[in-house]
Design a protein around this ligand. Structure first.
Ligand SMILES: [Zn+2]
Length: 192
């Protein structure tokens, strides 16, 4: 196998290195997620998807892939770790994108910008209600824009943007920070 391809420990599909979640075995047999892909030691790779991350907890797939005894951490590991990491990234990048003028928030503002053709993508908070979501879906469809659900709730988005109140609707521009945030939104969607 070349260095650039990996096999998912759960579904056995071939993976691109950058699409995979890498897990390495710590010194006491406890597996840890290696987000930076830099930790030494025996490793396994899993698809960046909710189903394969959940699948890690079943049928001893990790032990088989690592050819070692593996003591799985409690709870929803590794999915929970991956979600926390993406949430952090989404919050951080939303703040940076806003300061760069690459992200705007709030229903009325976004509405105006969509009419002007400014956004490259639209974003809903995880807790946006049906009415708000339906409205934004319609706008996205009309302009053929991507629409994402963030893993962050409206309070968390407001905080990430340095606002005093919640934010449940965002518009992304075409700058580099918006593009990186879009990648993290896609990675988040795969974990829903
Ligand atoms: Zn898989």
């Amino acid at each position: 196998m070349s260095d650039a391809t990996r096999t998912c420990a759960v579904c056995r599909r071939a993976l691109d290195r950058d699409d995979a979640l890498r897990i390495v075995l710590g010194p006491n047999g406890e597996p840890v997620v290696d987000f930076r892909r830099k930790l030494p030691g025996r490793g396994a790779n899993v698809c960046w998807s909710r189903s394969c991350m959940e699948g890690v907890r079943e049928r001893g797939s990790l032990a088989r892939s690592m050819r070692a005894k593996v003591a799985l951490p409690e709870g929803d590991w590794p999915l929970g770790d991956a979600r926390r990491m993406v949430r952090r990234r989404q919050a951080e990048l939303a703040g940076l994108a806003m300061r760069a003028g690459d992200l705007k928030s709030g229903g009325n503002v976004v509405d105006r910008l969509v009419k002007k053709g400014w956004p490259t993508a639209l974003v809903l908070s995880s807790d946006a209600g049906e009415t708000v979501a339906g409205d934004l879906e319609k706008q996205a469809r009309g302009r053929e824009l991507d629409l994402f659900r963030s893993l962050l709730g409206s309070e968390e988005l407001g905080k990430a943007l340095g606002r005093t109140g919640p934010r449940s609707v965002l518009a992304l521009g075409s700058g580099p920070l918006a593009r990186i945030l879009t990648d993290e939104l896609k990675r988040g969607s795969a974990l829903m």
